[in-house]
Design a binder for this molecule. Structure first.
Ligand SMILES: N[C@@H](CCC(=O)N[C@@H](CS)C(=O)NCC(=O)O)C(=O)O
Ligand code: FES
Length: 103
């Protein structure tokens, strides 16, 4: 595994809920990332860790290879890739996201 893949692996395995996003939870820098934060809040997230890919070009590229997913935001729960903002919205509407966060 390359250095950046190892860094990402450590991050998603040492924090239960991680959102790779553009900007921060307080100041999202893109509508998709803002939407992801709103969904997580609505789903009652309590232990969210965010990573701002705009401050780390290596992770911005590396995260796309890590889960073989081409866009940001990306949500990980329990070390597993969950999806981007569209998938998060579908899972929120079906109640699956709330379940995954509570598990
Ligand atoms: N439909 C996507 C929307 C996300 C998206 O299209 N992200 C783009 C624009 S922010 C992206 O990450 N592009 C690559 C990049 O900016 O590095 C989702 O479900 O999350
Ligand atoms: S930064 Fe332009 S769509 Fe996300």
């Amino acid at each position: 595994m390359s250095d950046v893949q190892q860094r990402i692996d450590d991050l998603v395995k040492s924090n239960r809920v991680v959102l790779f996003m553009k900007g921060t939870a307080q100041f999202p820098m893109c509508g998709f990332s803002g939407r992801a934060i709103q969904i997580l809040k609505a789903a009652g997230v309590t232990d969210l860790k965010t990573f701002n890919v705009l401050e780390d070009e290596e992770v911005r590229q590396g995260i796309k290879d890590y889960a073989n997913w081409p866009t940001i935001p990306q949500l990980y729960i329990g070390g597993e890739f969950v999806g981007g903002s569209d998938i998060m919205m579908e899972m929120y509407e079906s109640g699956e996201l709330q379940q995954a966060l509570a598990a």
